[in-house]
Ligand binder design. Structure first.
Ligand code: THG
Length: 367
C-alpha cells in the first residue's frame, strides 16, 4: 500500500488527534479535508449505529457563512426552496442548483439570525459560487468559512447521551432546529440532525482548539450507553435512502431525478438561481429517476466504488450509483439512477465482472 502525503492544502480536523486515539484506520478526502471512514470493526460500527450510539468526526461538513444586511437575499437566491417561513434557530435541507438546474450541493441551511446563515455543505466548493452570485448582484453580504466543525452523535441512544450532557430540554428539539450552548467553556451549536435515519444530534464546535476536549467530553458521557467511534455509514445510508451528492449524482443530475423535488418551490421569484431551468425541467419531465436495485443472487461483494451500467434487453437504461451488502436485508442493494421509461417492479441487468447480474428495481428507501 501507499501512504498519504500530508499537506497544508488538506486540512486537519479539530478531532484528528482524538480519532487517532480511537484507532481510526482509514480516511476519505472531502472538502479538502480528511474524513475518518473506519475504525477497524465494520460489523460492530454498523450495529452500534443501529442499536446504540455512535460518535462521528464530520468536521468535513464545512460551513459557508453568509453574514450582512443582504444575507437573507443571498440565501434565498441560492436556494430553490422557500425560506420565507424559516425561523431563526431553524435548519432546512436545500437543493442548491446552478443556472442550468443541475444539483451542485445539498446542504443543510441554518438560519442563525435575520442577517446570518450557514450552509452546511457536501463535497463541492460553494464558497466560490456564493461569492460570485453575491458580487454579480452587488449584494451587501460577506461570504466566509468560519471556524466551525460538526461532530455527530447518532443512534437510538444518542438522545439519552446528549440529554445527560445538556439537559432534558434537548428531547424537545425539533428536526434540524438548533440552539447555541456552551459546555465547560466550549462554544457550540447543538442541532437535531445527522446523516443517518437512526436519530441523533450534531454538535457544531465553534472553537477548533477545543476538538479533543469536546470529543472526550462526549465519549465520557456516553460510557453508560457504550458509545464508540463511527462515521457516516455506507450500509445504513443506502438502506435508509440518503443521497450522497457527488456519489449518486453526476454533472447533469437535477433535484427531481434524485427525490429532492419536494424541496423545490417553483413559485419563487425568478431571480432564484436555476429556477427558470427547474420550471422547464418540471414541464418537460426529468429524464431519469432514482430507485433502489436489489441483486438477489449476490453476493458478499464489496461496496461499489464506481458506477455500473444498468441494462434492459441489452440496452443501457441508467446506472447503479452505489452498492453494499445490507446487513439487515441480507442482500446486495444500491441506488439506480435510471430512465423514467423503467419502473419499480421491473427486472434489469447490472454490468458485473464482464457479464451481467439480474437486479430487481424497488422504491426507495429500502428500510
Ligand atoms: N449534517 C451537516 N452537514 C452536512 C450533512 C449532514 N453536509 C453534507 C451532507 N450531510 C448534506 N446532505 C444531507 C443529505 C440528507 C440529509 C441531510 C444532509 C437528511 N435528509 C433527511 C432525508 O432525506 O430523509 C431529512 C430531510 C428532511 O426531512 O428535510 O437528513 O448530515 N451538518
Amino acid at each position: 500500500m501507499f501512504e498519504f502525503s500530508p499537506s497544508s492544502r488538506v486540512r486537519r480536523s479539530p478531532f484528528y488527534e482524538a480519532t487517532l486515539a480511537e484507532g481510526v484506520k482509514s480516511f476519505t478526502p472531502y472538502n479538502h479535508m480528511m474524513m475518518p471512514t473506519g475504525y477497524g470493526d465494520p460489523e460492530a460500527e454498523y450495529w452500534r449505529l443501529i442499536e446504540g450510539v455512535s460518535q462521528w468526526d464530520v468536521s468535513v461538513e464545512r460551513q459557508v457563512e453568509l453574514v450582512g444586511p443582504d444575507a437573507g437575499r443571498l440565501a434565498q437566491a441560492l436556494s430553490p426552496r422557500d425560506l420565507s417561513r424559516c425561523a431563526v434557530d431553524q435548519g432546512k435541507y436545500v437543493a442548491l442548483c446552478n443556472h442550468a438546474g443541475t444539483l451542485i450541493n445539498d446542504p443543510i441551511l441554518l438560519k442563525l439570525a435575520e442577517d446570518r446563515y450557514w450552509l452546511s455543505i457536501a463535497d463541492s466548493n460553494i464558497l466560490f459560487f456564493a461569492r460570485a452570485i453575491a458580487a454579480e448582484r452587488r449584494l451587501d453580504v460577506e461570504v466566509l468559512e468560519p471556524d466551525v466543525s460538526p461532530m455527530a452523535v447518532q443512534g437510538p441512544k444518542a438522545e439519552d447521551v446528549i440529554a445527560s450532557i445538556f439537559g432534558d430540554w434537548v428531547r424537545g428539539l425539533k428536526y434540524f432546529w438548533f440552539r447555541a450552548v456552551e459546555i465547560e467553556g466550549i462554544p457550540l451549536m447543538l442541532a437535531r440532525s445527522g446523516w443517518s435515519k437512526q436519530g441523533g444530534f450534531e454538535l457544531y464546535l465553534m472553537d477548533g482548539s477545543k476538538g479533543t476536549a469536546l470529543w472526550n467530553l462526549v465519549r465520557e458521557a456516553g460510557q453508560p450507553w457504550d458509545i464508540g467511534p463511527g462515521n457516516p455509514n455506507t450500509c445504513e445510508r443506502i438502506e435508509s435512502g440518503l443521497l450522497s451528492w457527488g456519489g449518486d449524482t453526476d454533472d447533469r443530475t437535477n433535484p427531481f431525478e434524485v427525490r429532492l423535488g419536494r424541496y423545490v418551490d417553483l413559485d419563487l421569484a425568478d431571480d432564484v438561481v436555476g429556477l427558470a431551468a427547474l420550471r422547464r425541467i418540471r414541464d418537460e419531465g426529468p429524464a431519469r429517476h432514482q430507485l433502489g436495485v436489489i441483486l438477489e443472487d449476490r453476493p458478499q461483494a464489496p461496496p461499489l466504488v464506481a458506477w455500473r451500467d444498468i441494462l434492459r434487453d441489452g440496452r443501457k437504461v441508467g446506472d447503479m450509483t452505489n452498492g453494499v451488502r445490507s446487513r439487515r436485508l441480507e442482500a446486495y442493494i444500491g441506488f439506480a439512477l435510471v430512465s423514467r421509461a423503467v419502473a419499480a417492479g421491473e427486472t434489469v441487468e447490472v454490468a458485473w465482472d464482464g457479464g451481467t447480474l439480474p437486479g430487481r428495481l424497488v422504491e426507495l428507501p429500502f428500510l
